[in-house]
Write a protein that binds this ligand. Sequence first.
Ligand code: SF4
Ligand code: SF4
Length: 306
Amino acid sequence: MKMEALLIDIQRGSLNDGPGIRTTFFLKGCPLRCSWCHNPESQKAAPQLSFHRERCTLCGRCREICPARVHRMEPDRASHQVDFEDCLKCGACAAVCPTNAMKVIGRACTPEEAVEIAVKDREFYEQSGGGVTLSGGEPLTQPDFSAAFLSLCQDEMMHTCMETSGYAGKAAVEKVLPYVDLFYFDWKVSTEELAGEYLGVPLAPILENLKLLCRAGKEVVLRCPIIPGVNDREAHFRKILSLLEEFPGIQEAQLLPYHDFGTGKSRNIGRQPSVFPVPSREEKEEWEAWFSQSGAAGAKRVRLAG
Ligand code: SF4
Ligand code: SF4
């Protein structure tokens, strides 16, 4: 059987998903349900309809062609409602929409096809110290594809990075381990209570996998989204410092201030987003100051990113 993964997007020329200029492949499917997810369309492991209302000119072509009668418009076409649950993901509306307002997210891709795309920018990777990043969604939910793709990338002498929540079985982590040069490993909350409330999964396996990577001597960068009202707390900051102390191999911890890019994307797929306050510059400076005044040796490896 052909090995395929479902991709939501491929971003060439990315500057935020690892060192240098990178091509990032976003897989579809994630076991976590982070309330602040900035890629909510990546959570479901199946194709999904997306509607960009702001692009819709109310021409009515999608309604005429849709076999499932998913589109509703008032006679004056003043409003365009979409019944997402009834969509068959056939793509007919996307094919006729003149403004790309309709899209079915999720396209199948083999490791070989993905590598073919990745090598196109090899020159940029070589000039910038970049490479290929596998992100999501959660790449560890598709370990066979992830291992095969990253192994092919390494055969092509391209640097590989994986962005992961760390939530997966040990077998999945061990399968990809040899083929990942650098892990961007999320550390989102520091207690089981908050993990249950905001991630929808337990924290213990995430910590176990972080230990596994560090003990295997892998290069790891901790990625710490900071969400006002959720984890902008001393206890969480202390835990980040203690991880840096326990695992000297962790290159750095990047603090990622919450942004609300995901809220519009949630609406596009028919979901009501959770909304959190976007941190002000002063708040971000306070976080930085807390770390620099902590006196901890690990604080030198904490950096505000974004
Ligand atoms: S993908 Fe097909 S079923 Fe879904 S809204 Fe478009 S035309 Fe209708
Ligand atoms: S085809 Fe596109 S532009 Fe026309 S009504 Fe449908 S979504 Fe809007």
